[in-house]
Design a protein around this ligand. Sequence first.
Ligand SMILES: Cc1cc2nc3c(=O)[nH]c(=O)nc-3n(C[C@H](O)[C@H](O)[C@H](O)COP(=O)(O)OP(=O)(O)OC[C@H]3O[C@@H](n4cnc5c(N)ncnc54)[C@H](O)[C@@H]3O)c2cc1C
Length: 396
Amino acid sequence: MVVVGAGIHGAGVAQAAAAAGHSVLLLERNAIAAGTSSRSSKLIHGGLRYLESGHLHLVRESLHERSLLLRLAPELVQLRRFHVPIYANTRRRPWQLCVGLSLYALLAGFRRGAGWGSLPRRRWQQLDGLSTDGLQKVYYYHDAQTDDRALTRAVVRSAQNLGARLECPACFVSATLGERDVEVCYVTGENGAHSVPRTCRARVLINAAGPWAEALARSIAPAISVPAVECVQGSHLLLPVELRHGCYYLESPRDGRAVFALPWHGQLMIGTTETRFRGEPAEVAPAAAEVHYLLGVLEHYFPRWRTLGPSDVSGSFAGLRVLPRGHGHAFHRSRETLLVVDRAHRPRVLSIYGGKLTTWRAVAARALQRVASSLPARRALARTDRLALVPAEGDG
Ligand SMILES: Cc1cc2nc3c(=O)[nH]c(=O)nc-3n(C[C@H](O)[C@H](O)[C@H](O)COP(=O)(O)OP(=O)(O)OC[C@H]3O[C@@H](n4cnc5c(N)ncnc54)[C@H](O)[C@@H]3O)c2cc1C
């Protein structure tokens, strides 16, 4: 199997295929987690907000994966307390939060991290200077935080321990489909004089190129079907102030969208936005309007930081969600991962579009199942729901 892209999905499929006993080559043109998998909100979460859009299956699967990762990767995935303040003018009312959080706990199977409640008024003063003007309730619940890049590196390391081979830098160029296999052309080495063209044959090609997946699918001959998808940009800011009492799930006063304020390596990280993106994915960067939007949310909820302006931003990054193309607001569109094969029986190519960091293992297992009819019988070496993940050196 050739897997293109060492983001969380490519890493996951490489691990699953190697664990199933297959021979795997993982190609990455830049660095492990160079794409969206180092630019996420870094949450391993069920996604409370996906309850609103009715994606119960996704929330249940994500909560199951969260509980598994808390066990398999305790150094990389940790439970955090989230606070949800409800003011007189907050769109989501206290009863809605109660219903949502009860359902969240139910879908989590009342396992570790399912506890939630409301914080007594006397403890509101301990919430990092959260505005109490018009504050009616503060709910808390739990979700998990990770270092997305470190998690992806740990999954690649696990795949390598099972025999997968990583080539990096190695850039996929094109593929030609035969009746029973695929010829893959790629170049290794840095761009320019040192690059070396190579070819290899594989039973299956996995297109896990994230925001580049659509372009990659179009470089396959004969042409395969490509779903209607588009990229939506999400930005985060880092600010040199500290959140000492947990994470905050805030509702943007401007449009009601959910915005997270999170502690991150001694700083505050706030995000995300959702802006349609057209262009070269490598060039995605936070726009000035997004910086103002996020600083506006922070100032609204934490008046003590109202003096922070764009020049105080100590770091920022943007990533791209691949979503089904549509007219409605990106916020309401499906976050389910789309797995697309070139043909139902004996597929030669499987492309992964969209998805969540949280569900990488479950998605990888599904992807492997979809291409199983094209792969030779092998004796499995391990089960991915039992493989511990440990940080690579320097990621601890
Ligand atoms: C702003 C934002 C916040 C998010 N927050 C969360 C969150 O908190 N929790 C959560 O569960 N999910 C979150 N997600 C979703 C999650 O981050 C993504 O679904 C996931 O990281 C996508 O991983 P991927 O492997 O599909 O793509 P990527 O991580 O983008 O990986 C694709 C890789 O392919 C490589 N590549 C591309 N073309 C080639 C080529 N020709 N040859 C070789 N290599 C190539 C790229 O260099 C890249 O490394 C968020 C997404 C965004 C955009």
